[in-house]
Ligand binder design. Structure first.
Ligand code: FAD
Length: 445
């Protein structure tokens, strides 16, 4: 099978690249082995919340210059502010076409989102059903907040969240209450506790009669509130629409917070991207895994997958977006770290004593979090010093940044995926122009 571009990995980096390529008319395939980090994520897009030295960042794009001084090899330092901004704006527009509205604060600053623990994490873009707490005034406009769960649901504990919120001085004058709402069919679901996850609840609430019963119980349990915070228990495709319906039925202003995995807010982003990519004509080889590749000089010519071992896939360009240790894009051995598919050169391979900080909750990030594949300024990797000219890397497989400590995970994944796609598109167009010029010259001759 021959493609213009093949993307290895179906997370936010791989899908961003694949969608951009498909938009530009490139015949594109994605090989996705398993679940991406989005299944564990809040579904908000972090761009930059903290500098490598631990300093908090309010305006992420304004901080790129300081970031480049502290971390010259950081993916954002290679991209620059304009390319990163363009990529994030493209992502917002593209997701809007899929019905997922991601927005930022008008003052170009990060906002806080509340976590299931009742603590706050700063981020750049949040979905329309997530309440944005401004950095400068956390409890702006709030006097009565209700943290509501579904009776018997184990993946969100509202009392724990309420206790943590109540400790904050900004919430001193806000009344915080908790409630548990009964779910129709709860008795049946309780027979098997493994079936009482967010995704199972979302199936029940898709039924409008049950949603009405849920709304009625919610009005009784909550009473008065100017913001009702619910765990994300509404479906992937129609979650936002169901919340609108529930707001109409109850009269409450409702927002969602992510739960323990599976996180419907993150899955919503992945499902939207996958279906958009397929609509654009893209192919997803789901549940398949790239196991090796064939090289000719400085070019990757074919890849081999577990399910199509004897049918190689070939393409003009390839992207490695198969994540970090979490997604098996990187593997740790006793004394070394490696990229297991092609054996790409790693940025650093120090002794294991230098992989972590002595304090687990250290202010500085653990060095292993910044380990990854070494790439040039075009995000092309190398093997034993030889740059592979038609292979690129994007997202969590890249070295020199810590998505968790910096709060930059999806931002780096989207920007590097988009940037790589633009290079693939430009190279394909250059080949097309040169082919048609040669054809014209032959006709003229
Ligand atoms: C628990 C957790 C929570 C997070 N929460 C947030 C958040 O709220 N906001 C935020 O902005 N960032 C968050 N991040 C960071 C962010 O989610 C990641 O940095 C980003 O999603 C990485 O995307 P990726 O596409 O590079 O990799 P991944 O999402 O890891 O995807 C890699 C994909 O490649 C596949 N794969 C691996 N090997 C192969 C192979 N050989 N062949 C084919 N496919 C392969 C994997 O199965 C997976 O589907 C979080 C990260 C984690 C771990």
């Amino acid at each position: 099978m021959k493609f213009d571009s093949i993307v290895i990995g179906g997370g936010v980096a791989g899908l961003s690249c694949a969608i951009r390529c498909a938009e530009a008319g490139l015949k594109t395939a994605v090989v996705a082995a398993g679940q991406s980090a989005l299944h564990f994520s809040s579904g908000s897009v972090d761009v930059l919340s903290r500098l490598p030295n631990g300093e908090a960042v309010a305006a992420p794009f304004d901080a790129f210059t300081t970031l480049a001084e502290q971390s010259p090899h950081h993916p954002y330092s290679k991209l620059g502010v304009a390319a990163s901004r363009d990529a994030i704006a493209w992502y917002q527009n593209m997701m809007e076409k899929c019905g997922v509205y991601l927005s930022e604060q008008a003052d170009e600053k990060n906002h806080y989102r509340v976590t299931p623990m009742g603590t706050f994490r700063s981020t750049w873009l949040s979905q329309q059903t997530v309440h944005q707490f401004p950095l400068h005034d956390l409890s702006q406009g709030l006097t009565n907040v209700a943290l509501v769960t579904v009776d018997g649901f184990r993946d969100f504990q509202p009392q724990l969240a309420a206790d943590n919120l109540a400790k904050l001085p900004q919430f001193a004058n806000v009344s915080i209450k908790t409630a548990a709402v009964e779910l129709p069919d709860f008795e049946k679901m309780q027979r098997n506790p493994c079936e009482f996850r967010s995704i199972d609840i979302s199936r029940v609430l898709r039924d409008e009669t049950k949603l009405h019963a849920f709304a009625k119980s919610m009005i009784q349990q909550v009473g008065k509130a100017d913001l009702v915070i619910l765990p994300a228990i509404f479906g992937n495709g129609d979650g936002a629409a169901t919340i609108k319906l529930l707001e109409g039925l109850t009269g409450f202003s409702i927002c969602e917070i992510p739960t323990m995995p599976p996180s419907l807010l993150g899955i919503r982003l992945e499902e939207a991207m996958k279906s958009h990519f397929k609509k654009l004509g893209g192919l997803i080889l789901a549940g398949d895994e790239v196991i090796s590749g064939q090289f000719d000089g400085d070019k990757l010519t074919h890849i081999f997958t577990r399910n199509h071992e004897d049918i190689p896939l070939s393409a003009d360009h390839f992207l490695m977006a198969n994540g970090s240790f979490f997604s098996k894009g990187l593997a740790a051995h006793r004394e070394s770290i490696e990229e297991p598919v092609f054996g790409l050169d790693m940025a650093e391979n120090s002794h294991r004593d230098h992989w972590y900080q002595s304090q687990f909750f250290a202010k500085q990030s653990h060095p292993f979090m910044k380990m990854g594949v070494s790439c040039n300024e075009h995000f092309q990797p190398s093997i034993k010093g030889q740059t592979i000219s038609n292979l690129y890397c994007a997202g969590a497989i890249l070295a020199h940044y810590d998505p968790v400590q910096e709060g930059s995970g999806s931002g780096v994944a989207i920007s590097t995926g988009h940037y790589v796609a633009e290079q693939m598109i430009a190279r394909s167009q250059a080949v097309q122009i040169s082919d048609s010029q040669q054809k014209q010259e032959r006709t003229t001759a």
